[in-house]
Design a protein around this ligand. Structure first.
Ligand SMILES: Nc1ncnc2c1ncn2[C@@H]1O[C@H](COP(=O)(O)OP(=O)(O)OP(=O)(O)O)[C@@H](O)[C@H]1O
Length: 216
């Protein structure tokens, strides 16, 4: 995994600084939760990390980035577009190869979505769309997961299953989560963002939900 080490990082929109200056080092093998209230700067930070590590990262953006006109299969296949030739990718649009069909069916099965494989993304519910974006990230098989609220539309048991699966499948992850209990359960380090700055950075094992609530 490429090391993510920011020193004195800042980000601005229209001349207004919304992140930083902050220093943050993500080490290989860590599962990091980014927490903090809405507008704190979590999405901006995830985007900056992706710009830094694009080649070796799977991204689940908050807006998901699905192609509505394409079926679930092709949206998941997009995770590996960069692995194949233009010829292979064009052919897949018309007549997917058996290896990809099998692999994507298995992956969708793990996400409880196998029967939706050929459904256009436009016809899916919010939680189903989120699982397609998760499938695309898994199919990419990158060493680093960068995810912005990846389970916000999933209910109880499914949200737990998906988080467990993500931290198992990706050796290193940085996940923005608004659910403090999920962050403490599935991540080993909690980074709290407040007004664009790191206001908390500690091992999950040393924190209680009350410690994190001070950020809100
Ligand atoms: N495209 C943009 N143009 C202008 N300002 C922006 C833009 N994107 C984000 N901001 C501002 O930057 C700040 C940080 O936003 P960001 O989306 O990173 O927060 P967040 O912690 O991810 O919030 P949420 O939990 O609601 O997704 C906010 O004040 C927001 O208004």
């Amino acid at each position: 995994m490429p090391e993510i080490r920011f020193d004195g990082l800042t980000a601005s929109f229209a001349g207004k600084q919304v992140v930083g200056p902050l220093s943050l080092h993500i080490r290989d093998g860590e599962h990091v939760a980014l927490v903090g209230k809405s507008g704190a700067g979590k999405s901006t930070l995830i985007r900056l990390m992706y710009q830094h590590a694009e080649q070796q990262a799977s991204l689940i953006p908050q807006d998901l980035g699905l192609v509505n006109a394409l079926p679930v299969f092709h949206n998941v296949f997009m995770g590996q577009l960069h692995e194949h030739s233009l010829w292979y990718n064009t052919w897949t649009l018309l007549r997917p190869f058996k290896t990809d069909r099998k692999a994507i069916a298995a992956l969708l099965g793990q996400l409880g979505m196998e029967e939706k494989q050929w459904t256009p993304a436009a016809s899916l519910s919010g939680g189903q769309r989120q699982r397609v974006a998760i499938g695309r990230a898994l199919y990419r098989q990158a060493p680093l997961l960068l995810a912005d609220e990846p389970i916000s539309a999933l209910d109880g048991l499914l949200a737990h299953q998906v988080m467990e699966h993500l931290v198992e499948q990706f050796p290193t992850s940085v996940v923005a989560l608004h659910d403090v209990d999920m962050a403490l359960k599935y991540c080993d380090r909690i980074v709290g963002i407040k007004d664009g700055l790191v206001a908390l950075d500690a091992p999950a094992a040393e924190l209680t939900p009350a410690d994190i609530m001070t950020l809100y």
